[in-house]
Design a protein. Structure first.
Lengths: 340, 340
C-alpha cells in the first residue's frame, strides 16, 4: 500500500531542522557516489508548462520524481496562474510505489534547508545579524533556515513594498522570536549583516543586488546566499557580486548555464573553476566552505531533484511513524520482464 | 476529484478500434500544431531505470505524462525484473488532475493502435495475408490492429520457440477467428504476406529480418511494419530492408537517432529525407502512405508520449461514461502565483 499525503500532512511531518538534516545526509550520499539524477524535462504549453525532475538516493533506498505544472487561468484579470506540485516516491530495491505527496510546502522547505546546510558550512560561527532582500516565501523559509544553524539575533528585511516588508516583519517576529526590522533602503539590510539572503522575483527588472552596494558594509566575512534566479530570464545578482566573493558554492554547477545570474557571471568572466565548489564537496570535507574569518562567500542555488528526493524521503518516514496520510492501493501493477 | 484506474479498469475501457480512432485524431491534432511534447527523460539506476514521457493535446484539452520504471529483483536466479507503468492525466484549461492509471495495457495497445493507423494508410485495401515475426505481446496486439483495419483472412507466425508460436496460434485463433499458422521457417511468414509484422526482442542477437529474405516473396506491394527496436542496442531489420522499401513512414523522426535499426540504416546511407514521412503527415494528407499497388512500404515506430496522452484521454472518457475506477481527492492543491 502507498501513502497519499496532503499539504497539511506534509507540513505536519517535517521541520526546518529535519529538512536540513536530510539535505546534509544527501550531500554525504552524493560524495559517496550513491546519488543519481537526470536532467529535468520541461514541457512548454501555450498557457503554462509542466516540469519533471527525477532523482535517486541509493543508500537511503529511494528514488522518485517531482512533477509540477503552471496553468494560466483563462480570462483572469489581472492575469494569474496556478501551480501544482506533486512528489512520487518509490522503493529502490523493489520498485514499489511508497508515497504520493503534495510538494508545494516541500519545495519551499527544501530550498531553505539546502541554504541552511550552506550557511552551516559557509558562515562565521558567531554570525548573528541577517539581511534579507525579498519578502516572499523563500525569504521566510531562509530566515528560519539561518536561525536553525546560527544564533541569529536580528534581521533586517528590505522590500520595495512597505506593506509586504511590514507584514513579513510582524509574521516572522511572531514565528521565530527574532527581532525583524523592515526597511525601504537596501543599504540598511546590507550594512551590518553577517549573512545576506537574496530571494527575489526579479524577472525583467534586473539584478536586485549590485557588487558596489557591498562596499557600504561595516564588517568583513559576509556570506551572500542567493536563491531567486533559477531561470535564464531571472536575475538578482550582478557579476560584481561574484567577483566580490572569495569563494563560491553552488548546489549544482548546472546553474552556471541555467540561472540568469550564472549565465551573466560566466559571460562577464567573474567565475573561475578554482573558485567554485558544489555543496556536497564542502559537506564531505573535500573543499572548505570558508577558509578564514575575513573571506567573503557566495552560495547560489537552482534546486535539484535530489534535494526533493531527500526531503520527500524524510517526510515519508515521519508520516509512517506518525500514522499520517491516507493509504491507497497503487494502480501500478508489476509486470515481470527480462532485464535489458 | 480524480479517477484512479487499475489494470482491469483500463482494459475494460478501451478496444483496439477505440485506440486506433484516438491515434488518428492525435495525428490530425499534430498536423494542426495542437500537439506538444518534450524529450523523454531517462534516469539510469544500478538495478534498472525510470523514464518520464510528457505530452499535450491542446484541442483535446489534456496534458500528462507516463512514468515507468524497471527494477531488477535482487537475488532472483535467473535474473528477472519488474516493470511498472503509470499515466497521469491533467485538464489543459485548469491544470487539475483528472486521472492516474495503470499504463501497462495502455502501452501495449497504443503501440498496436499506432501501427493500425499506419496499416490503414499504407497497406493495399485488399490486404488479407499477415506474416508475423515474433510471438510476444506486440505480435498479439498487432494481429488485432491489422484485423481492425483490413479483412485479414490468414496469418503465419514465426518464432524460434515451437512452444511459443503454437501457443500464439491457439490464443489468437480463439480471440480473432482468423486462421493462424505457426511456422519454424521465417520464409513461410514472408512468402505470401501482404503485411509483414516484425515485433521481436532481439537485443544482442542481430536483425531478425534481412533484406535478402524479401526476395523470396510471391507478390509485390508488401508493407513491413516494424516496432521492436526502440533502443540503440536493439535490432530487428537490417539496412537492406530500408533500401527495399519505396516509402518509409515513422511515428517520430527521432527514431533515426534512437532506434538501433534507425541508427544502422542511417549509417548505411539507406535513409533519405525524401523517402521518409512522419505518420501524422500521411494521415493529414500531406504525404501519401502508398503511391501505387506495386510499392513496398515500411513503417517503423519508437513510441511517443503523444500516443500515450491520446490513448489515456480516450480511456479516461470511457471510464467516466462507464462509471469505472475509484475517485480520490488529488493531493496536489493549487497555489496562485504570478505567471512567468
Amino acid at each position: 500500500m502507498a501513502l497519499v499525503l496532503s499539504y497539511d500532512d506534509v507540513r505536519a511531518c517535517i521541520t526546518m531542522a529535519d529538512a536540513i538534516g536530510a539535505i546534509e545526509t544527501m550531500c554525504h550520499e552524493q560524495a559517496a557516489g550513491a546519488a543519481l539524477f537526470a536532467d529535468r524535462v520541461n514541457l512548454r504549453l501555450p498557457n503554462g508548462w509542466m516540469r519533471l525532475m527525477p532523482g535517486a538516493l541509493i543508500a537511503s533506498g529511494v528514488f522518485g520524481y517531482k512533477e509540477f505544472h503552471l496553468t494560466q487561468v483563462a480570462g483572469s484579470q489581472p492575469p494569474s496562474a496556478e501551480v501544482r506540485y506533486a512528489f512520487h516516491l518509490f522503493d529502490y530495491r523493489t520498485g514499489e510505489p511508497l508515497a504520493t505527496m503534495d510538494a508545494n510546502f516541500m519545495t519551499a522547505i527544501r530550498t531553505g534547508a539546502t541554504s541552511g546546510v550552506a550557511m552551516k558550512y559557509m558562515t562565521r560561527p558567531e554570525a548573528a545579524v541577517l539581511g534579507i532582500i525579498g519578502s516572499g516565501s523563500e525569504a521566510r523559509s531562509h530566515l528560519q533556515a539561518a536561525a536553525a544553524v546560527r544564533g541569529i539575533k536580528k534581521a533586517y528585511v528590505f522590500s520595495r513594498s512597505a506593506e509586504r516588508r511590514e507584514q513579513f516583519a510582524r509574521d516572522m517576529e511572531q514565528l521565530t522570536a527574532i527581532e525583524v526590522q523592515p526597511t525601504g533602503r537596501i543599504e540598511d539590510a546590507i550594512k551590518d549583516a553577517d549573512i545576506l539572503i537574496v530571494g527575489t522575483n526579479t524577472a525583467g527588472t534586473g539584478p536586485a543586488l549590485k557588487g558596489e552596494q557591498l562596499a557600504s558594509r561595516s564588517n568583513q566575512g559576509l556570506h551572500v546566499n542567493s536563491v531567486g534566479s533559477t531561470l535564464p530570464t531571472q536575475r538578482e545578482l550582478d557579476p560584481a557580486v561574484w567577483t566580490f566573493a572569495d569563494r563560491i558554492v553552488v548546489d549544482s554547477r548546472r546553474l552556471l548555464q541555467e540561472s540568469g545570474d550564472g549565465i551573466a557571471a560566466t559571460q562577464a568572466g567573474a567565475v573561475s573553476d578554482a573558485k567554485v565548489s558544489e555543496l556536497y564537496e564542502i559537506v564531505a570535507g573535500r573543499a572548505p566552505g570558508r577558509a578564514g574569518r575575513q573571506e567573503s562567500t557566495l552560495y547560489k542555488s537552482i534546486g535539484t531533484g535530489l534535494q526533493d528526493v531527500a526531503v520527500a524521503s524524510c517526510i515519508y518516514r515521519a508520516a509512517l511513524a506518525k500514522g499520517l496520510g491516507r493509504t491507497m492501493q497503487p494502480c501500478q501493477l508489476p509486470k515481470v520482464v527480462e532485464p535489458n
